[in-house]
Design a protein around this ligand. Structure first.
Ligand SMILES: Nc1ncnc2c1ncn2[C@@H]1O[C@H](COP(=O)(O)OP(=O)(O)OP(=O)(O)O)[C@@H](O)[C@H]1O
Length: 280
């Protein structure tokens, strides 16, 4: 099933002709994309291609010059703040670091759209937050000060906060950039299992191949390709967009594309010397 087919009923995320510019320079240029409901869409592209800016415009953190964003049929620009916060959660690349809050307090921020300013967190809110902390493998960190957490721990707490928000759409900007391989795999598995409509900017193309159902490629602010990982992650596209040579095989267990990159010929590292029993 293609992305267009899954969103014909208006479900999922649809971005129409979205543009954003800064001081006369166009950063996001007439982007049209769909993110199918309940699936992970990967947003890929070289540094500076506009991924963060596009995600910020989708989440209404940046006001586009023109264009529209529809989530499950609703125009995001017309939603009230509280309604938006119930329907859309964002995990940004650089979350604030000077908060004098515990990890649990940060996760409980996800419940803010569901209570009034004077209402305290309920037992149910705390249970949801503690469960989310456990799901991101941070159960033992509930009482830890946010400022003492490592980059990867913060990233996982931010995902727990986003899940506690119980949104329809999860917007993730480089969610794995601080994570070791094990936590990167488990975080994206968790996002997949959450079954939410998700859009994630990813630099690791093998993670995109492994976890995304739909991939959109940005280059200089324009969406230049979109489709399944098999359709999009071809040696030709990688050469064209990233200027790298790569072999694309098939992962023996997942059947997903498996990318192997080649350094430029001039900078090929020497092959490691074979180890010899006689040396020891
Ligand atoms: N407020 C701004 N004023 C001027 N230029 C900006 C502004 N915000 C972003 N840019 C520029 O827009 C381009 C796209 O930035 P953006 O952060 O969206 O790219 P990205 O694809 O997320 O990059 P990366 O992969 O390096 O994180 C960059 O060249 C950046 O310098």
């Amino acid at each position: 099933m293609t992305a267009a087919e899954t969103t014909q009923d208006g479900s999922g995320l649809r971005v129409h002709d979205l543009s954003w510019s800064a001081r006369g320079t166009v950063i996001v240029d007439d982007v049209e994309l769909t993110a199918p409901a309940g699936r992970i869409t990967g947003l890929i592209g070289p540094n500076g291609s506009g991924k963060t800016t596009l995600l910020r415009a989708v989440a209404r953190l940046a006001r586009p010059d023109r264009g529209a964003v529809h989530l499950d049929g609703s125009d995001v620009a017309r939603l009230r703040r509280r309604e938006l916060a119930r329907r859309l959660a964002v995990v940004e690349q650089h979350a604030g670091t000077d908060l004098d809050m515990t990890a649990l307090d940060v996760v409980l921020l996800g419940r803010t759209p569901y209570r009034t300013a004077l209402q305290a967190d309920s037992g149910a809110d705390r249970a949801l937050a503690l469960d989310a902390l456990a799901r991101v493998d941070m159960a033992g960190f509930a009482a830890r000060k946010w400022s003492t957490l490592s980059g990867g721990e913060r990233q996982r707490v931010q995902l727990a906060r986003a899940l506690t928000q119980q949104p329809g759409l999860l917007v993730l900007d480089e969610p794995t950039n601080h994570l070791d391989v094990s936590h990167a795999l488990s975080l994206l598995t968790l996002v997949r299992e959450a079954g939410l409509t998700s859009i994630a900017a990813l630099h690791d193309l093998n993670l995109a191949a492994m976890f995304c159902d739909h991939v959109v490629v940005l280059r200089r602010g324009r969406a230049v390709a979109a489709g399944s990982p098999h359709d999009v992650l071809t040696p030709e596209l990688l050469r064209d967009v990233y200027e790298v040579d790569a072999d694309v095989g098939t992962h023996p267990r997942t059947g997903r594309p498996l990318l192997t990159f080649h350094p430029p010929a001039a900078s090929q590292p020497p092959a490691p010397a074979p180890s010899s029993q006689e040396d020891s």
